[in-house]
Design a protein around this ligand. Structure first.
Ligand code: ADP
Ligand code: MG
Length: 399
């Protein structure tokens, strides 16, 4: 499959976040974020596991069957039709569910949405020789004119790279490739090789001036940390233009909630347990993005027996390994969530908490390797540990 990175299909299909929806338990109203007004603890483990199983372990992208579980759990209102479409794109597995005026109209809209995602794949695949990113990565130091989409995502990624002090770095690609994460032929590169490749990275060396982009010779970009976030925002905008006010978009675990459920109640998301199959917590939201980064889906076990994940610490050139098992970020924009979930994972617990206190424009959930859960204050009322995970330590971070 063409895409940003080759992943094992089973890993693609094990969605980071599993969605489950209550047919009856959810009550209406409430906001996402700090001022939600509803009680905790109405999680339904069985429903979440059903949804989880419908994703895990599937080995083909055969049409439709897997999505029916979710589609059926949507509340049907008399006037709106629920339409769901699942397909592989951008090296991940996407499930889009919308409430439309009618089935036919809904299907047409989703068909168009799929085409838009395929368009982004054609722009940003690192392996497709026809892609814009491939041209950029093989420009040998010459300036190139880029599309408005590439300009937008890259300018955002470079800004956040500076904000995060390089924890996010879209120029990490040469190092990532040396670890074999782009081909699936994983290896532990010798330290000298890593040092040499690190010289070919550094977001501050990228020159982006309007539509003109110039990389130093040997430098390469990878938008894998932000592309799905961009895609989520783009689809949300597209659906709103089409008059869709209620939809749930799952882009390989990047969730984008468009509006609330048709009856006004919140979407109930299951957050996948980074150590196991099920979910460890639920989060009730509307109108926002929820994005998780972790090293439990795409990783390899080295000859030394150690676990190496696909998120690289740009300071060292080694996979980030600082005690975090997963980071979930909640904010208005998918792009911001995606950029920050990757960066915070690199930063580790202390720096991430400090960064959140400084920025305050997002909320987050950190899960440590020791099974401690840190939740920022704004999520306190909409987050609940699953009943099988009540023993995990839960701490609320305050400003
Ligand atoms: P996922 O794509 O699994 O949802 P992320 O959004 O965290 O997870 O993106 C991880 C991807 O980003 C990696 O597969 C790689 O392509 C790229 N990447 C890895 N480390 C970094 C980094 N420090 N900065 C920017 N991109 C990175
Ligand atoms: Mg990301």
């Amino acid at each position: 499959m063409r895409g940003y990175m080759k992943r094992k299909k089973t890993f693609i299909l094990a969605a980071l976040i599993v969605i489950f929806l209550f047919l009856s338990a959810c009550r209406g109203g409430g906001d996402s974020g700090s001022d939600g007004n509803f009680s905790q603890g109405e999680t339904s483990v069985t429903e979440s596991i059903v949804a989880a199983e419908s994703f895990a372990g599937m080995d083909s992208f055969a049409a439709g069957t897997e999505s029916s579980v979710m589609a059926e759990s949507f509340p049907m209102t008399e006037s709106l039709a629920v339409v769901t479409e699942s397909f592989p794109v951008m090296d991940t597995y996407v499930t889009l569910t919308i409430h439309a005026e009618g089935k036919e109209q809904g299907r047409e809209i989703l068909e168009e949405a799929k085409g838009k995602l395929e368009g982004l794949e054609r722009l940003w695949s690192v392996t497709d020789e026809e892609s814009e990113l491939y041209q950029i990565n093989h420009s040998d130091g010459a300036p190139v004119t880029v599309s408005p989409e590439t300009r937008e995502i890259l300018s955002f990624a470079l800004d956040e790279a500076a904000e995060t002090d390089g924890a996010l770095d879209p120029t990490i690609y040469p190092v990532l490739a040396a670890w074999g994460f782009t081909t699936g032929e994983n290896r532990i590169p010798p330290p000298e090789e890593i040092q040499e490749l690190l010289d070919k990275t550094g977001y501050e060396k990228v020159v982006l001036d309007g539509e003109q982009l110039q990389l130093e010779e040997g430098m390469m970009l990878d938008l894998g940390a932000v592309a799905k976030g961009y895609a989520g925002d783009m689809l949300e905008e597209f659906l709103e233009e089409k008059g869709i006010t209620s939809a749930l978009l799952d882009l390989g675990g990047n969730i984008q909630a468009v509006g609330a459920k048709p009856d006004g109640s919140l979407w109930n998301l299951g957050l996948k347990d980074p150590f196991g199959e099920g979910v460890f917590a639920s989060l009730r939201v509307k109108d926002c993005a929820v994005v998780t980064s972790g090293a439990y889906e795409r990783f390899f076990i080295g000859e030394d027996g150690k676990h190496y994940g696909h998120i690289i610490d740009p300071d060292t050139g080694y996979p980030a390994d600082n005690g975090l098992a997963s980071v979930t970020v909640v904010a208005d924009r998918g792009l911001l969530c995606d950029a920050l979930s990757t960066a915070l994972f690199v930063m580790g617990r202390e720096r991430a908490a400090e960064f959140w206190r400084e920025r305050q424009d997002f909320q987050m959930i950190l899960v440590t390797e020791d099974r401690e859960v840190l939740v920022t204050e704004g999520l306190e009322k909409i987050f609940a540990l699953d009943r099988n995970h009540k023993k995990w330590d839960l701490e609320v971070l305050r400003p």
